[in-house]
Design a protein around this ligand. Structure first.
Ligand SMILES: Cc1cc2nc3c(=O)[nH]c(=O)nc-3n(C[C@H](O)[C@H](O)[C@H](O)COP(=O)(O)OP(=O)(O)OC[C@H]3O[C@@H](n4cnc5c(N)ncnc54)[C@H](O)[C@@H]3O)c2cc1C
Length: 386
């Protein structure tokens, strides 16, 4: 049990949920924690290798059923995200994009043939997927996308560009969202198709242990069966984002917990003015406030997870969770950094890495402002998006 679980919320987990969490925690301790500072510094991560190991444990598409997927509960998947992100947000992003975005899109909207072709290999980590919605000029407003898919006989021809796409440079398949004469549609695009190029985005100051890229689609000719038949309109990619955002609600708690545990340990051993930092009232006030926020975030995640398992989770509820838990996790990471003093800016401690990562988590999968607008619309009945 973590010292920060003041409310003993772990006691509301089932034995199976606890076991899954323990397995993922051990994997992160063995395979990620010893190396992640180096990956982050180098801006390179052995993503394919990790994907195979995560696949062996059933972490990819973990909450989906059939096609080699584990079929776990939403809460168990959330706990796995929490442990993954306690290692690094980039590592959790690898799993989220693979399972909740790329695999989920194919699982929910794909043909039986598409599912058979991609899902078992993706669940095993043998094939990597990415999800291309954002464009260079259209992020928060995907309805304005300019990537176009036009019919040419039985084929489709795709033209456009997607930007900030996690896993793109290493992906085998991209789920690409494009405008057609009938509205937005999704396509499973093999990355080795002629006309598809992926360029890695460098100089990131955040999520450095995650591969991010830009995808160019230059008259990419695809057979008719590349289209995801069930994906009709923008609500299809938005439903995938709801899936992934649920994982982030949990994941952000993992980054925050790692910061808190590191800081508690530091504050009890580092001495100034003849006593441990933990003995100063100002330090205790910071620690208490952070632990209270963390426990509130855990309660929130548990409620959303239980709603998801009951099939009752609504998008605006996920917005409440993403808005609160990422915002609070980032505040916790920054506050923890102050307690570590100069060591807080060192890569020898995970705190500033988590804080930098959480800047991306705050922005992707809907920025905080967009989630405020979703919640505001629910409260008032008025859309303030445009
Ligand atoms: C590391 C990383 C990985 C990513 N991975 C993926 C991926 O795998 N797939 C994918 O499709 N995308 C991905 N993204 C893109 C991400 O989803 C977008 O960056 C995000 O949706 C915001 O879009 P934008 O960056 O274009 O910002 P903009 O939409 O230009 O927004 C800029 C600012 O304006 C605010 N704003 C915009 N509209 C409004 C409004 N109506 N009212 C008030 N404020 C507003 C925003 O909240 C933000 O603060 C990734 C991003 C990062 C950083």
């Amino acid at each position: 049990m973590s010292a920060v679980d003041l409310l003993d919320l772990d006691s509301s987990l089932t034995e199976e949920e606890r076991q899954i969490r323990a397995v993922v925690r051990q994997l992160i301790d063995d395979r990620v924690r010893p190396h992640v500072a180096g990956w982050y510094e180098a801006g390179q991560v052995p993503a394919r290798e990790l994907a195979r190991e995560f696949g062996k444990l059933g972490l990819l598409g973990m909450h989906l059923t059939g096609y080699g997927c584990a079929g776990s509960t939403a809460v168990a998947y959330g706990l796995a995200c929490l442990e993954l992100e306690a290692g690094d947000s980039g590592v959790r992003s690898l799993v989220s994009v693979q399972g909740s975005l790329a695999m989920y899109a194919i699982w929910r909207y794909g043909s039986e043939e598409q599912k058979q072709r991609w899902l078992p290999a993706m669940a095993a980590g043998e094939a990597i997927g990415c999800f291309g919605l954002t464009e260079p000029d259209h992020g928060s407003d995907p309805a304005s996308m300019t990537t176009r898919a036009r019919r040419d006989g039985d084929d489709w021809v795709l033209t456009g560009a997607k930007m900030w796409i996690t896993n793109a440079p290493i992906a085998d398949v991209a789920v690409i969202w494009a405008r057609t004469d009938e509205g937005v549609r999704g396509f499973a695009v093999p990355m080795d198709t002629r006309g598809v190029t992926a360029r890695e985005i460098g100089r990131k100051m955040s999520l450095r242990a995650s591969v991010t890229g830009e995808i160019s689609l230059d008259d990419v000719r695809l057979p008719a069966d590349a289209q995801l038949p069930g994906a009709i309109g923008l609500k299809a990619p938005l439903s995938c984002l709801t899936e992934a955002r649920h994982g982030i609600v949990w994941g952000a708690l993992g980054a925050a917990r790692d910061c808190l545990e590191t800081t508690l340990s530091y504050a009890t051993t580092r001495t100034q003015f003849g006593r441990p930092l933990a003995g100063f009232q100002l330090t205790q006030a910071k620690l208490a406030d952070m632990a209270v926020e963390w426990n509130k975030g855990y309660l929130l995640a548990l409620q959303l997870g239980r709603l998801a398992d009951a099939g009752k989770l609504r998008p605006e509820q996920v917005s409440v969770g993403k808005l609160n838990n990422v915002r609070e996790a980032l505040a916790i990471a920054r506050q923890c950094r102050t307690i570590l003093g100069a060591n807080g800016v060192s890569g020898d401690y995970p705190v500033m890495r988590h804080a930098n990562n959480l800047e991306s988590v705050l922005t992707y999968e809907g920025t905080s402002e967009i989630h405020q607008l979703v919640v505001g619309q629910k409260l008032t009945g008025v859309s303030a998006f445009t």
